[in-house]
Design a protein around this ligand. Sequence first.
Ligand code: PGA
Length: 224
Amino acid sequence: MKLIVANWKSNKTTPEAKEWLQEIFNFQFSIFNLKIILAASFIHLPILKESITPKSNISLAAQNVSPFPSGPYTGEVSAEMLTGLVDYVILGHSERRRYFRETNEMVAEKVKQASRYKIKPIVCLDEPYIESQIATLTNCCVEESIFAYEPLLAIGSGKPDNPERVNKISKRIKKLTNNAPVLYGGSVNAKNAKKIIQENYIDGLLVGNASLNPKEFTKIVRSA
Ligand code: PGA
């Protein structure tokens, strides 16, 4: 089963979010062996959830979660609050590590919180830290997680890593994680998606900028 994640990041107003979903529904993919995961901002999740039917084969993801349980943590969204709303959560994205000073330890706490509430973490990793980033997660969480190889230089740059290298690194991540699913993210678009996803050890794609436009995103899904 290939996974294609649309990571909207900090984009889209509520009407734009609804419009995107409507356009995606209109495309009527015949999706075999493929799952679309939409990672939207917290504020859009309830609205998107209402519009998504089981037949549409789209699951929702959050882009972050609190490292703490529910309680006196002003401004945080706990994993418990996300139950019933999302099946996945993206954690440890390089933008969170860079702009919000997230450490491996904080990511590990978030992974634990998500796992406690049966929300599957999609943990982002990058060279040369892959081993240490995985090592901070406890064994139980590694087994329950999906990983995404996200080279910093490839994110938002228009310069994806080359597919052979991505395949090699994905193979290494699988070895370190007891064969967990591994996605690739970094400048994926409709032109390069097919070549990347065809590689043996890649289980899917994490798409940022190119997921914002439903037409472009559909082309990526079709190429998978
Ligand atoms: P990009 O983002 O597709 O815009 O490079 C990917 C990501 O950050 O996961």
